[in-house]
Ligand binder design. Structure first.
Ligand SMILES: Nc1nc2c(c(=O)[nH]1)N[C@H]1C(S)=C(S)[C@@H](COP(=O)(O)O)O[C@H]1N2
Ligand SMILES: [Mo]
Length: 447
């Protein structure tokens, strides 16, 4: 009998589209029957429920199932020359970066999001690390690349990439979170997908030279208290960084996860500013100037400042506070089975190590301690896991991160008491997922 050659399974899953912001959505009222009904339809995108899970629910081809010998078991496979640079399985084609059309005016000064719902551990694969560009991704020929150090130094220097690579290097895992991550959610539950609410983050192993080594080579003058890092892209994006941080744990990195940086993430060289907002991690870096005061660049005055309730803007809010999110279940990862399931999520703190992650299944009334994957590293993501029982009841899932300094991830209500309602950046509040009676998961705000 001739079989259909089309593989069954993920290839039939429709490609997910960008989510629709429903600004009219009401905050979800705790456990009220009317409210539960009201949120039921809100997660629909173009008439389709948010994608994931469809794959698992697709029907298997019985001819491939035991006791039959499956198709791939019968024929010679591909040669070793088939993929000089390896790509994921065709059945993983939904694990991709996605963007939101209406979020930015152009496609060059824009952002895409990491599919964190599909991360199985704390390492983000290079091909799905989100990218944020202010003037498009620059394509730099490493032969023509130079890094210049000038300003308040004993000897201004110009380095080639090879010069830098000859210096003593280190490899370290760090998360990079854009300060705007979860920025839409200040206004209530907005985007129905964890990729979109929390996906402006990645966690990779960087290899490079400590910035301290390079600055010492140039010799910082006693009045050199700040550096200005400048990018070599069309935006020439630049930021001021205090000398203390520059000499502490900053790196000039040429590699991520053991290979050269990807062009979109700053090839051939980027600044790594552990724990601090992503904007400061200047990509395609071409110049570092040493000065005695900050530059008050566009990205630290007009942007990346926080408007407080008194009408004044906070400047220089560098550290990323403790934060966590459950990545499965999530709107993209519905609960498909009654009985025992495994929950997983990601946690991080720009202030140091994650000490503990608590999980609640009832909207924050009761908390249990989740299990943390090892190793737990400084200013790196941690994956947390917890088994849970699903019997078809509604659940209100939350996670909260506590870091080694005892700083606890706040509720949005607590955060707004301090920050007011005019912020865009630095939303580290607790996320709530409503798991409904069908196992579908919805982004909700507890009122
Ligand atoms: N030169 C340059 N550096 C840059 C940017 C940029 O547009 N140009 N974007 C910044 C912002 S806002 C963020 S969040 C991070 C994103 O890093 P990624 O693209 O590797 O995710 O890079 C930062 N460094
Ligand atoms: Mo950013």
């Amino acid at each position: 009998m001739k079989r259909d050659a089309t593989p069954v399974g993920r290839t039939q899953t429709p490609a997910p589209e960008a989510p629709v912001a429903d600004t009219g959505r009401r905050n979800f009222l705790r456990r009220s029957a009317a409210a539960v009904g009201a949120v039921g339809a809100a997660g629909l995108v173009g008439g389709k429920a948010f994608p994931a899970g469809a794959a698992t629910m697709a029907e298997a081809n019985p001819e491939n199932l035991p006791p039959n010998v499956p198709e791939w078991n019968k024929y010679l496979g591909y040669s070793v020359d088939w993929q000089p640079y390896g790509l994921p399985s065709e059945y993983e084609k939904d694990v991709v970066r996605r963007s939101v059309e209406w979020l930015t005016a152009t496609r060059e000064a824009s952002i895409n999001f990491t599919p964190i719902q599909d991360m199985h551990g704390f390492v983000t694969p290079n091909g799905v690390c989100f990218e944020r560009h202010h003037g498009g991704a620059a394509i730099v020929n490493p032969v023509d690349f130079r890094l210049m150090i000038n300003g308040l130094v004993d000897k201004p220097l110009v380095f080639t990439l090879q010069d830098l690579m000859r210096m003593p290097s280190v490899s370290r895992f760090y998360f990079l979170e854009c300060a705007a991550n979860s920025g839409m959610e200040w206004r209530g539950a907005q985007l129905n997908g964890v990729q979109f609410t929390h996906g402006m983050i990645h966690n990779v192993q960087y290899t490079g030279v400590p910035l301290r080594t390079v600055l010492e080579e140039a010799g910082v003058k006693p009045n050199g208290k700040w550096i200005m890092a400048e990018g070599g892209d069309s935006a020439g994006m630049n930021r001021s960084i205090p000398m203390e941080k520059a000499l502490d744990d900053c790196m000039l990195a040429w590699a991520m996860n053991g290979e050269a940086l990807r062009p979109g993430n700053g090839y051939p060289l980027r600044l790594v500013v552990p724990g601090w907002e992503g904007n400061m991690w200047v990509k395609w870096i071409r110049r570092i100037e040493v000065g005695d005061k900050p530059w008050f660049a566009r990205e630290e005055t007009s942007k990346y400042t926080d408007l407080m309730p008194n009408g004044k803007a906070r400047l220089f809010t560098w550290e990323m506070d403790p934060k966590s999110v459950i990545t499965s279940p999530s709107p993209e990862k519905p609960v498909l089975h009654k009985g025992l399931n495994q929950l997983r999520g990601l946690a991080w703190s720009g202030r140091g190590k994650v000490k503990r992650v608590d999980v609640s299944l009832d909207g924050g009334r009761n908390w249990q301690e989740a299990q943390l994957d090892q190793p737990v590293l400084d200013k790196s993501m941690v994956m947390f896991r917890m088994p849970f029982e699903y019997t078809g009841q509604e659940l209100l899932m939350q996670s909260r991160c506590i870091d080694e300094h005892g700083v606890v991830q706040p509720t949005m209500q607590a955060l707004q008491k301090v920050r007011g309602t005019h912020s865009v950046y630095h939303n580290n509040s607790i996320q709530t997922w409503l798991v409904n009676k069908n196992g579908e998961v919805e982004n909700v705000r507890l009122g």
